[in-house]
Design a binder for this molecule. Structure first.
Ligand code: FAM
Length: 435
């Protein structure tokens, strides 16, 4: 079938039957001991959530429903004449676990194009927000305001049975994904193009090509970059701040708009999604100080000085990964193919050579290797999207694919209100003494 909802309506009960059997056998099986270090350490490596859409291996990087990024690039349907998978295809994969056919991915394109219109109050809201309000905060506000359209909230108020919650989460998610490019493009236009260039959604174009056109970019290679960008940022298992925030808020049966707006609020933090903006600021500072005629030694000294001033090297390190991020690597491949002589790309490549050793020398970061954010800004800048404080909005458009597919499953699986137990330090001291 090319009807995603129909496919899910068969997959969800089958998966629930599997979970029921598993839990009957293993509900009391112990999988981990919790230490005091984990409790104070931001719950790093503490097993505490179930997320079906993707899993992160600390060496190999992300796998979307079991498929690595190179496998997705090979197997998922592409746009006409393109080499990168279309995000519609990763949406299908994240939702179902299956590699879609071209017809299935195209059905998503068609569905999203038909759902893209924004309600008038959101357009008005975006028009009155001040230029001084960062694009991510505008994005949070607009997504929360779209909640007036929520089918989930409406269905809950009507008292529909719990087993059908996922169907309303699905409708809201599909509508929100369809609307996100327009919301993001209006923010871009209002802040950087005097409100002038938001085009209309063309029913013959895919989600990414439409998004580029709405932003005012017509280069087909930029559309390819956008497809790559939107696919690789889609999901990074469940514990990262944005995915976890969406899951947590959704567990209170807040609707997908509110849940996703919480996710973007988390993504706006400098230790999370804002790092792709921060990376470009960092690169720009290097260029301002050293130009493009630096030696590796000069660059190394610059990075050391930056670290000694107490700042982090944005785009390096990760809470889970312990190798170069697969999302960095595929962006590097894209750059080697399309912009091998770009000065900023050369700077990013030279930093890749020297920064891991400098971070190791400093001896603090557990992972000295680059993450996704070390590369993305350079690619966007090359194609003329130079407004770095907008970059995280693109991340936010993409991350919706992961957060919302998982949200549909969370409601389909009937996952309960998330409510971990917290303790005061006094309480932990007592617990530790008794252990
Ligand atoms: N530069 C300098 N110091 C770093 C560092 C970096 N890139 N990465 C880690 N450290 C420091 C870190 O600040 C901490 O120092 P303190 O003990 O003084 O607090 C120490 O090394 C141990 O940190 P960790 O255990 O290795 O990392 P965490 O799991 O606590 O944090 C990150 C992970 C990503 C927040 C951290 O590596 C960082 O701040 N990186 C720079 C910002 C960044 O690139 N964020 C984007 C992450 C990304 F993939 C995403 O979410 N989009």
């Amino acid at each position: 079938s090319t009807n995603l909802k129909e496919v899910l309506s068969k997959k969800i009960p089958a998966h629930n039957a599997k979970i029921k059997e598993f839990r009957t056998q293993h509900n009391s099986t112990i999988v981990q001991n919790v230490t005091i270090d984990m409790i104070y350490g931001g719950m790093r490596s503490m097993k505490g959530m179930v997320t079906e859409t993707s899993v992160l291996d600390h060496e190999e990087g992300i796998r979307f429903r079991g498929y690595s990024i190179p496998e997705c690039q090979k197997l998922l349907p592409k746009a006409e004449g393109g080499e990168q998978p279309i995000p519609e295809a990763i949406w299908w994969l994240l939702c179902t676990g299956d590699i879609p056919t071209k017809a299935q991915a195209d059905a998503i394109t068609k569905d999203w194009n038909a759902r893209a219109a924004l309600p008038a109050h959101v357009l008005r809201l975006l028009d009155v927000l001040p230029e001084s309000l960062h694009p991510m905060k505008q994005f949070v506000a607009a997504v929360a305001a779209l909640n007036s359209e929520s089918k989930f909230a409406d269905a809950y108020t009507r008292g529909v049975p719990k087993v059908s919650y996922w169907e309303y989460a699905y409708e809201d998610s599909m509508n929100l994904l369809a609307q996100l490019p327009s919301v993001a493009a209006i923010i871009y236009s209002n802040l950087f193009r005097n409100g002038s260039v938001v085009g209309v959604v063309d029913s013959n174009k895919d989600w990414s090509a439409n998004f580029c056109n709405l932003l005012g970019f017509n280069d087909p290679i930029f559309s390819e970059l956008m497809r790559l960008y939107l696919v690789i940022h889609a999901d990074h298992e469940g514990g990262n701040v944005s995915a976890h925030a969406c899951h947590l808020v959704g567990s209170a049966l807040s609707d997908p708009y509110l849940s996703y707006s919480a996710a973007i609020a988390g993504l706006a933090g400098p230790l999370h999604g804002l790092a792709n903006q921060e990376t470009l600021v960092f690169l720009s500072k290097i260029v301002a100080d050293l130009g493009h005629g630096y030696t590796e030694d000069q660059l190394g000294d610059w990075v050391r000085k930056h670290l000694h001033s107490g700042q982090v090297v944005p785009g390096y390190g990760h809470a889970v990964l312990r190798k170069t991020d697969a999302r960095y690597e595929c962006q590097r491949q894209f750059a080697l193919k399309h912009l091998p002589n770009d000065d900023l790309f050369r700077l990013v490549s030279t930093l890749y050579k020297i920064t891991p050793n400098i971070l190791l020398e400093q001896g603090k970061a557990k992972n000295p290797w680059p993450n996704v954010d070390a590369h993305s800004g350079v690619l966007l800048t090359h194609f003329g999207l130079t407004e770095m404080n907008y970059y995280t909005v693109l991340f936010g458009v993409s991350r919706a694919l992961g957060c919302l597919s998982q949200l549909i499953w969370a409601r389909g699986m009937g996952l309960p209100l998330e409510r971990p137990k917290s303790h005061s330090t006094e309480g932990l001291i007592k617990l530790a003494a008794a252990a």
